[in-house]
Ligand binder design. Structure first.
Ligand code: ZN
Length: 373
């Protein structure tokens, strides 16, 4: 094996030879091995606390090679740790297994068992889940905090959900707008919801967002969810030039434990964060903004102007637009993640001034308002 690799290296070097200048070839090291392994670090995500709750960064919809994903379960833990997450749920498809040739049908707990040790070593909260994958209705649903995924292999989907519920599972509807002509709340969803078998809903999945699902969540008091539904390597899915993080469900938890996450999900305490958009209840969003942004006293004044520094201490950027005409005040302010900006405001202006935070939404195209200065 080794001699074959060496041969390939020699062949590659020969193929490149003709295109290289003499100077370039002199810079090559005289050994085959070169460079250093990338240092593996955790990139912490900075978020404020809300009402004393810690905001846990979670992805509750993830696939592995044990259904139709292409990634080994323990690598999911490493990805989550490097990206600064607190918790992930492995939610391989229950139906249609095995999806990969060579995989044996049977033990649906295998993915979890494979990743458990790495999760303990990294301090990632690993949640055992499964994706119940049926045609619409009801479509696909994730059950989390399962004790025995295998027992969900039944024909009748309502019976499957009842079994999940018996295990104490939290159940949510995945990507309600995926692969359908119309995004629709079916009679079956009404039945499941009334029986307590539908606790949350994905308003965002992978790259799709569903304003309709946000409406239903408000009407029915369902917990808001945003997840990746990742099958590929996370780093290969999201362009880091467009977004610094994967889509996440932020859980307002009493502490950093699995039990606290479960309690918060049943109590509908989440915000969802995808690209630059943060969605949730108005009260939580306002407290999020207040916890993240510091307005420092003026450091310089002229006869007419005061120069004020705004500091964003978190990793969510804020886009502010004046809610009404306020003479002399900036009409819009961009406040990037983890950065400060200086703004000039009238020295004796009428304040406070109301701004819309256009990327913090309570409903479709409905942003929160905050007071500044
Ligand atoms: Zn899925």
């Amino acid at each position: 094996m080794k001699s074959k690799r060496l041969l390939m290296t020699v062949a590659l070097a020969a193929a490149c030879w003709s295109g290289m200048s003499a100077q370039q070839t002199q810079e090559l090291p005289d050994r085959i091995k070169m460079g250093q392994e990338r240092v593996k670090v955790r990139h912490d995500i900075r978020l404020p606390q809300i009402d004393g709750y810690e905001l846990l960064k979670c992805d509750f919809h993830i696939h592995t090679v044990f259904s139709d994903g292409i990634v080994w379960p323990s690598l999911r833990v490493n990805e989550a740790w490097e990206e600064g997450l607190d918790a992930i749920a492995l939610s391989d498809h229950i139906e249609g297994q095995p999806a990969r040739e060579g995989m044996k049908k049977g033990d649906l707990d295998l993915a979890f068992k494979n990743a458990e040790g790495e999760a303990l070593r990294r301090g990632i909260i690993l949640i055992k889940g499964g994706e119940i994958s049926r045609s619409m209705p009801p479509g696909h649903l994730n059950a989390l905090f399962l004790s025995d995924v295998d027992s969900l292999q039944k024909d009748d989907v309502v019976e499957v959900l009842r079994e999940a519920r018996r295990q104490g599972a939290y159940i949510f509807w995945n990507h309600p707008g995926w692969n359908v002509e119309e995004v629709k709340w079916h009679d079956m969803h009404e039945q499941l919801w009334k029986e307590g078998l539908l606790n949350g809903i994905e308003v965002f999945n992978e790259f799709e967002w569903y304003p309709k699902a946000l409406e239903w969540a408000k009407e029915k008091d369902l917990t808001l969810m945003a997840n990746t539904d990742v099958h590929d390597v996370v780093e290969r899915l999201y362009d880091r030039k467009q977004t610094a993080h994967r889509p996440l469900t932020l859980v307002l938890a009493k502490e950093r434990t699995q039990a606290a996450i479960k309690e918060a999900l049943f109590d509908h305490r989440t915000l969802i964060w995808f690209f630059d958009t943060l969605i949730g209840k108005e009260d939580y969003l306002k407290k999020f903004f207040e916890g993240a942004v510091r307005v420092q006293p003026s450091h310089y004044t002229t006869e007419t102007l005061s120069y004020v520094t705004l500091t964003n201490t978190c990793d969510v950027p804020f886009r502010l637009e004046a809610a009404s005409e306020a003479k002399g005040y900036p009409s819009c302010i961009q406040l990037p993640a983890g950065a400060s900006v200086v703004v000039a405001v009238p020295k004796d202006g009428a304040h406070p001034v109301s701004y819309k935070v256009t990327n913090l939404l309570t409903a479709y195209k409905q942003s929160i308002e905050v007071s500044l200065f």
